[in-house]
Ligand binder design. Structure first.
Ligand code: ZN
Length: 332
């Protein structure tokens, strides 16, 4: 017994030494440093869990314990009133959804319903198991319901949408006026239509005209213009500096990805990679200019992608006071 314990301790020690790299080959200090690679070694935060562009699918799973910290109840219509207290999204995704639903109503008179937002790993597991039960096998079930850990709903960034004219989640939603409007306009508010029939081989999911994913306006609009699924889009973004991903507008992102996809060298790619801290804004502006179209200015593109918050309902203060010649502030 005692010898066994000693053996175990020795094995653990050896493992720890190996794991700590104690036996790894020494690298001479004066060896030539590798040439700086234009490809970032560390994935930018925006592409990782917690970031708005994180890719989740069967090859990129979320851990059982992940739960977003900023879940809120979006103030939007739901099919049943009772759902209003049960549908959660992350803060930014929720305000974007509110704006999208308000625009559908104001611009077209369409009512949209939020149906399913954040789902925990456990809830997703229950839904998947129920689908397996229904269709008879896991492989068939996974085309209709994402297995736990592979659903974007666990991110708090995905929303399933219905309309009063079509009260179930089916392909036919894509043929309704509301469904068509959502597919054509969601990007203006930062959402993408995540699954399309022609992307099935890439996404592994059938057409889901009701499922929208929040990524932010700049990226949603770039993906809409490129007509590209998230999987393909992020594979190009991994080759770009982080500030381009967090501060670039849609003409720049669309242009860069389009160039990279067609194996053209983007005009200012070197500049974007070799910018000094504090000079990013100037580099973004210069790099965006070749891609601006239809009379759009850089400032307009930036304001569209990163709109300033709308004024609140706080009382309006008139600062345009009349200046009195005497200098006194009147008799008040
Ligand atoms: Zn969904």
């Amino acid at each position: 017994m005692k010898t066994g314990m000693h053996k175990l301790i020795s094995l653990v020690l050896i493992f720890l030494l190996l794991a700590s790299g104690a036996f790894s080959a020494e690298i001479p200090e004066n060896s030539a440093a590798p040439q700086a690679s234009p490809e970032p070694v560390v994935k930018p935060d925006i592409l990782n869990l917690g970031g708005y562009l994180v890719l989740v699918n069967r090859d990129n799973r979320i851990s059982r314990t992940y739960e977003p910290e900023d879940l809120v109840l979006p103030k939007v219509e739901t099919r049943k009133k009772s759902l209003q207290e049960r549908i959660y999204l992350r803060q930014d995704a929720a305000s974007a959804l509110e704006q999208m639903f308000a625009a559908a109503l104001n611009e077209k008179g369409y009512i949209l319903y939020a149906t399913s937002g954040y789902r925990s790993f456990g809830i997703q597991q229950i839904l998947f198991n129920a689908k397996v039960e229904e269709v008879g096998s896991k492989s068939k079930a996974q085309y209709r319901v994402a297995p736990a850990g592979t659903s974007e709903h666990q991110l708090g960034l995905a929303m399933d949408i219905q309309a009063p004219s079509h009260l179930n989640l089916s392909q036919a939603f894509g043929d309704t006026e509301e469904g068509k409007w959502a597919g054509e306009n969601a990007h203006r508010f930062g959402y993408i239509l995540r699954y399309k029939t022609e992307w099935r081989d890439i996404t592994g999911i059938s057409d889901e005209p009701w499922h929208f994913r929040y990524v932010g306006i700049a990226h949603a609009t770039a993906m809409f213009e490129l007509d590209m699924p998230l999987e393909t889009y992020v594979s190009y973004l991994e080759k770009l500096p982080e500030y381009v991903l967090t501060r670039g507008s849609h003409p720049l992102l669309t242009g860069l990805v389009s160039d990279l996809m067609n194996e053209r060298q983007p005009q200012h790619l070197d500049l974007l990679f070799n910018t000094q801290p504090g000079e990013e804004e100037a580099a973004l502006k210069l790099a965006t200019e070749p891609y601006l179209q239809d009379g759009l200015t850089y400032e307009q593109a930036m304001w569209y992608a990163y709109p300033t918050p709308k004024p609140t309902a706080a009382p309006w203060v008139d600062t345009d006071e009349e200046v009195e010649v005497s200098g006194s502030k009147s008799g008040l």
